[in-house]
Ligand binder design. Structure first.
Ligand SMILES: *Cc1c(COP(=O)(O)O)cnc(C)c1O
Length: 389
């Protein structure tokens, strides 16, 4: 049996008629940039997340950059984030001229650890008379918190928001892997991307909500931020050839992608439920094997399983054996970002962020997509158990 790591053909087969007809309609009208499909998708996606506004853009990486710009993160400032994430999280910080500060993750959930954030803010920062926070080592202002809802599990937002509040930090969420995931805050179930001042999403094809190519969006509740992002994604134009901002760029998402995303958005909850069912099948088969560490879903949080990540001993051999048996596996991510060559200049050393490093060495992402069958899961689990010896 062959089990691909991800297979998007089934999800497209399911809605192929609708996709074909909307593509035909757009070609007939030949209106490819801007217009009703973009506006409709933005309205629908904001409503889905539970925010007032959504701004569609070219990619999740652009979404993160726009979100940081929108909350006012600027040159020479520091943003607290995690090293256990996809590099785009950190690229966005450096793209706005800011500096990343890495804090370690919680080893059980793989998310930003509120305790480590507190350690950094309380131990390594100084609060000035005007309330601003300065990193005692670098002397730079610390202005924002950028948690990543990694693998589809929301980060522990309540203590993170309390810290942000106490230290006057902005919060930008990287929700690129967590469309539709939710977290209970003060008795209310809220979707990821809506806790801070801006939340960034990616519509890369394999994400829980994926375009037929690249795409992204930022959600926010604040009108001025929505307006700013609309300017920046379109060359700083307030009207055609009238440029009111020098921070503009072309980050627009085209109407074909928005039209397809609108169609898929209607299925997102159903597809997320399918992912949760797949996760349940994995759990039933693997939970009694104490060599395997399964993903956790703490109370009050809804996981949408963008990835199903386990930790195993001898990861390297297990991975090779699964590949040999026709099973697609992934590593998300094998090198903690603070140890990447790209960030050498930040001066981190092996051992500085032990949870992130230990996790990077032992994780393995098993096949996960909505249309995975129980037979396929069964085969993956049997092969995995055998590979562990
Ligand atoms: C996919 C991803 C991004 C970047 O999104 P792109 O659309 O590929 O630019 C950012 N952060 C995380 C955690 C991601 O998984």
């Amino acid at each position: 049996m062959k089990v691909p790591f991800v297979d998007l053909t089934e999800q497209h087969r399911e809605i192929r008629h609708e996709i074909d007809s909307v593509i035909r309609e757009i070609i007939d009208q030949s209106c490819f940039v801007g217009g009703a499909h973009v506006e409709t998708f933005e309205r629908d996606f904001a409503a889905y997340c539970g925010t007032r506004y959504a701004v569609a853009c070219k990619s999740g990486t652009d979404a993160l950059k726009l979100a940081l710009m929108a909350v006012g993160v600027g040159r020479g400032e520091e943003v607290i984030t995690v090293p256990h994430t996809f590099i785009a999280t950190v690229e966005a910080i450096t793209a706005v001229g800011a500096h990343p500060v890495f804090v370690d993750i919680d080893k059980a959930t793989y998310q930003m650890s509120p305790d480590r954030v507190a350690d950094f803010l309380e131990g390594e920062c100084r609060v000035e008379k005007d309330g601003s926070v300065v990193n005692k080592n670098s002397k730079r202002p610390v202005v924002a918190l950028l948690p990543v809802h990694l693998y589809g599990l929301p980060s522990d937002m309540e203590p993170l928001l309390a810290l942000a509040d106490r230290f006057g930090l902005k919060v930008v969420e990287d929700a690129a892997q967590a469309h539709g995931a939710s977290y209970h805050l003060e008795g209310e179930e809220k979707r990821t991307g809506t806790f801070g001042q801006a939340g960034a999403f990616s519509f890369y094809p394999g994400k829980n909500l994926g375009a037929l190519g690249e795409g992204g969006a930022v959600v926010t509740d604040e009108q001025n931020r929505d307006q700013d992002m609309r300017l920046w994604r379109d060359h700083g134009q307030s009207e055609k050839y009238v440029h009111v901002s020098a921070d503009g760029w072309n980050m627009r998402l085209d109407s074909l992608q928005c039209a397809v995303l609108s169609l898929k958005l209607k299925r997102l909850d159903e597809w997320n439920e399918k992912r949760r069912q797949v996760a349940q099948w994995y759990r039933e088969r693997l939970q009694n094997d104490d060599r395997i560490v399964l993903p956790v879903e703490p109370g009050g949080r809804k996981h949408v399983y963008h990835l199903f990540v386990v930790r195993v001993p001898n990861r390297h051999q297990v991975r090779e054996e699964l590949s040999r048996q026709g099973i697609g596996v992934g590593l998300h991510y094998p090198i903690s970002l603070h140890l990447q060559k790209a960030y050498q200049h930040l001066g981190y050393r092996p051992g500085d962020l032990p949870a992130s490093e230990a996790v990077a060495e032992s994780i393995l992402s098993l096949p996960m997509f909505p249309h995975l069958t129980e037979e396929q899961v069964d085969y993956v689990c049997r092969t995995l158990t055998a590979a562990l010896g």
